[in-house]
Design a protein around this ligand. Structure first.
Ligand SMILES: *Cc1c(COP(=O)(O)O)cnc(C)c1O
Length: 476
């Protein structure tokens, strides 16, 4: 008998595999079908390897612990599939509201509420008093109106959906007048001109990039005009010879022509941020007070809640928006609604917000705390990178992110990693280092700037967790 034939005979049968203690336990957890099909797949791979005379496989087959190793392999394959790919990471990028890293962390009040409604039937669209169909907005509308001063409110899946829904409801097949300076792109896939197209509206751009006047709006009005729109230029700012029309003037002109005035605030905050020593951002209340008929904003930007889009404004317009069939396609689910409602409720008592809202905790974290944290972490990080890089604690600047207050930076502290690579190889060394940190069990995401890998500590909550896994760092 040659070695190949012998190897085939060493392969266990599928039944023998499924009878092992390891796989029996696994079957209890994930079911027979999955374990059986993965076992088959692994046996097929082995047969192919034997047919190809793969030396290392032939050798492994002859080893005593082969059966155990094979079961381990099957278990690992299945578990990796069950773990999924959506993982917690350390956001040390210096961007607090990082869209690619899931934006705002939620307060525990919101998380508990989300957990509860996730596991139970709830009166999402059910009126408990009369026992008939209810309105899912009813759970949040009153509080939103109370806080913002608006007459009515509705919520959808995100702010992009909010803008789309508002435009499609109020301006389908009609013209939307907007300043050229506000035709923004937010994070790649959201561009105002494209959203207009998707909403079936005609974009009527007026003015110039740097200057738009009231007379530009006035002369654009014709019998196809549906509304005036103002978009918060969230992620950039033009300085110098600039002019834009202020909300009260635009609102007055809209009234004169009996047109709605819609304001997309993007980030939208419900509180004057200067009370927390943060830069001022126009609030939803201010926008309503200055005459906006409809205001749209995000749930997971400066508001610090879950992904959602909030629409507040005149009752008549909100009611039209709610009855658009698109609303059904864009509606918020019960879990998000529960979380968002809790976050909005926190705003009823603003003085306690910085303690309760993780986003504000991160944004208002005192620089002294960050300096201490940097000093404490420096030795262990330096030890982990010994011979490969120099680590220094340096002041840096965090940004809020998600287009909020793009030019306002918050003083912070960073650990800066400079590779000890030979000249000309710094870039590839930086790539390797940042890859190694991303491969940790809780990936660490920093940013590369100026030949350094920078870890901004502002959003580091668990120092111990960060430090403990440094020993697993695999530098190749
Ligand atoms: C972020 C933003 C949006 C999109 O909001 P999402 O919640 O990300 O969908 C729309 N308009 C403006 C001005 C924004 O800043």
């Amino acid at each position: 008998m040659n070695q190949q034939e012998n190897s085939y005979r060493l392969l266990p049968s599928i039944d023998k595999l499924l009878q092992t203690k390891q796989l029996k336990l696994l079957i209890e957890r994930v079911g027979q079908d999955i374990v059986k099909s993965e076992s088959r797949a692994q046996l097929d791979l082995l047969r192919t390897a034997i047919a190809g005379n793969d030396e290392s496989i032939l050798q492994r087959l002859a080893e005593d612990n082969f059966l155990e190793a094979l079961c381990d392999n099957i278990k690992e394959m299945i578990e990796s599939r069950f773990t999924g790919s959506l993982l917690p990471v350390f956001n040390l990028t210096g961007t607090v509201l990082h869209t690619n890293l899931g934006r705002a962390r939620l307060p525990h009040e919101a998380i508990s509420a989300m957990q509860l409604v996730a596991s139970e039937a709830v009166n999402l669209e059910y009126n408990l008093e009369v026992g008939t169909r209810g309105d899912r907005d009813s759970h949040i509308e009153e509080t939103l109106c109370k806080i913002t001063g608006a007459e009515a409110a509705t919520v959808v899946n995100n702010n992009a959906a909010a803008v789309l829904l508002v435009l499609n409801t109020l301006a389908e097949n009609k013209e939307v007048v907007i300043s050229r300076g506000e035709l923004v792109e937010i994070g790649g896939s959201f561009r105002i001109p494209d959203v207009m197209k998707s909403a079936n509206c005609v974009l009527r751009e007026i003015g110039t990039t740097n200057r738009t006047h009231l007379r530009d709006y006035e002369s654009a009005v014709n019998n196809l005009t549906a509304l005036f729109m103002k978009v918060h230029t969230s992620n950039y700012e033009i300085r110098g010879f600039v002019n834009s029309v202020l909300e009260p003037e635009l609102s007055a002109l809209a009234k004169k022509h009996k047109l709605p005035f819609v304001s997309d605030l993007g980030s939208g905050t419900l509180i004057d941020l200067t009370r927390f020593n943060l830069p001022h951002e126009i609030t939803v209340q201010e926008s309503i007070r200055m005459g906006a008929d409809i205001v749209t904003f995000s749930g997971d930007k400066l508001l610090g809640g879950p992904q959602a889009g909030i629409i507040v404004g005149k009752a008549k317009l909100i009611s039209q928006i709610k009855s658009n069939p698109l609303k059904r396609a864009l509606r918020i689910d019960k879990i998000t609604l529960a979380g968002l409602t809790e976050v909005i409720n926190l705003y009823l008592d603003p003085s306690r917000l910085p303690k309760r809202l993780p986003l504000l905790q991160d944004l208002t974290r005192p620089i002294e705390d960050l300096q201490i944290l940097a000093t404490q972490l420096l030795p262990s990080l330096q030890r982990a990178l010994l011979g490969r890089a120099v680590v220094e604690a340096k002041p840096c600047q965090s940004q809020i992110g998600s287009g909020a207050l793009p030019l306002s930076l918050i003083p912070s502290m960073a650990l800066e990693i400079t590779p000890l690579a030979v000249k000309g190889q710094t870039d590839s060394e930086l790539t390797k280092l940042s890859q190694a940190f991303r491969k940790l069990s809780k990936p660490v995401i920093g940013r590369i700037h100026d030949g350094k890998l920078i870890f901004d500590l502002r959003c580091l909550q668990n120092k111990k967790e960060f430090e403990t896994q440094l020993s697993q760092l695999q530098l190749c």
